[in-house]
Design a protein around this ligand. Structure first.
Ligand SMILES: [Fe+2]
Length: 305
């Protein structure tokens, strides 16, 4: 199920929207299969917390690079560039060309270092070098997909409608309960079945809550930003370029999918005989023809003029 009109309306009024059962059962099942291979035992433990905890559950999480797109397998990568996430993000920034700025798997369980009552906060401190204005041209949309059921005792995300703070300059970006109790009093806990998604923004106060019983939660942060402003984003995708999964994904991605990560489009000034040969050498199974054709085409237009 995608974003319908009432989800869109809710987001515009409150700064967030929840779509239950966003992923199809096939998408969810394939996602969970990849997660089981990546962090064995976590899904079983989430489903049955009286059972064994996953091996190494309390060890520090692998480096962020290790839990970041592109993943081995296909479904988590496909979720990252899910057409419905792109459509929604595009709507919110009035059709500005998009950049996928984040795709990080997140997992935690009761007693884990991530099992804390966070203070209510905005995410923009590590998503922009500047400040997130109330303007579509600079609108960053954040998504959190849940791959496990989230009941009230299973560390639901708490989110507070911007009806309670919309016209403020949003600084500070974090408040303790005693500083802004009304933000906590008006928060909504996102309790959803696995496969659901929360859409929020850099201007939406929210927080992670602690587990109130044994359990685990596996989720996926995915964020989009307009492509043009260089001060937006959380990662530099070239950092992932040393991994085999990166080359594998790049080779099979569509032109549009590559551009969502910032790869030069066909016809971009970047393309030359040297760069065509160099990129082809780096990614031997990438089809270079679209870049070659469009590049030659532009050259011909230039000559005609
Ligand atoms: Fe956050």
């Amino acid at each position: 199920m995608g974003f319908n009109e009432s989800h869109i309306q809710h987001y515009r009024e409150h700064g967030y929207a929840v779509v239950e059962n966003f992923l199809t059962s096939e998408e969810l099942s394939r996602s969970r299969h990849e997660i089981e291979a990546f962090i064995p035992g976590w899904l079983d433990y989430a489903a049955n917390p009286t059972g064994c905890r996953p091996v190494g559950w309390d060890e520090p999480q692998r480096s962020r690079r290790g839990v970041r797109f592109p993943f081995r397998g296909e479904q988590l990568n496909a979720n990252t560039l899910h057409p419905e996430l792109r459509r929604f993000a595009s709507l919110m920034c009035d059709g500005e060309p998009l950049f996928c700025e984040q795709s990080d798997l997140t997992y935690k369980c009761s007693g884990h270092y991530g099992d804390v009552e966070q203070h209510i906060h905005l995410d923009y401190l590590n998503h922009t070098l500047a400040y997130p204005p109330d303007s579509p041209r600079y609108w960053q949309t954040a998504f959190l997909i849940y791959y496990t059921d989230v009941a009230i005792h299973q560390a639901p995300t708490a989110v507070c409608s911007w009806q309670h703070y919309r016209d403020e300059i949003l600084w500070p970006a974090v408040y303790e309960p005693s500083q802004r109790p009304e933000l906590y009093d008006n928060e909504v806990k996102v309790t959803v079945p696995a496969g659901s998604v929360l859409a929020y923004s850099m201007r939406t106060f929210h927080r992670g809550t602690a587990f109130q019983a044994e359990g685990a939660r596996v989720g996926h942060f995915i964020s989009y930003a307009p492509k043009r402003p260089k001060w937006l984003g959380i990662v530099g995708w070239p950092e992932q370029g040393v991994y085999k999964s990166f080359s594998a994904w790049m080779a099979q991605a569509t032109l549009e999918e590559r551009e969502l990560l910032g790869f030069p489009a066909p016809g971009d000034d970047y393309w030359s005989e040297e760069t065509l040969a160099g990129v082809a050498a780096r990614f031997p199974s990438m089809d270079m023809q679209p870049y070659r054709t469009k590049t030659q085409g532009i050259g011909e237009v230039d000559r005609d003029e």
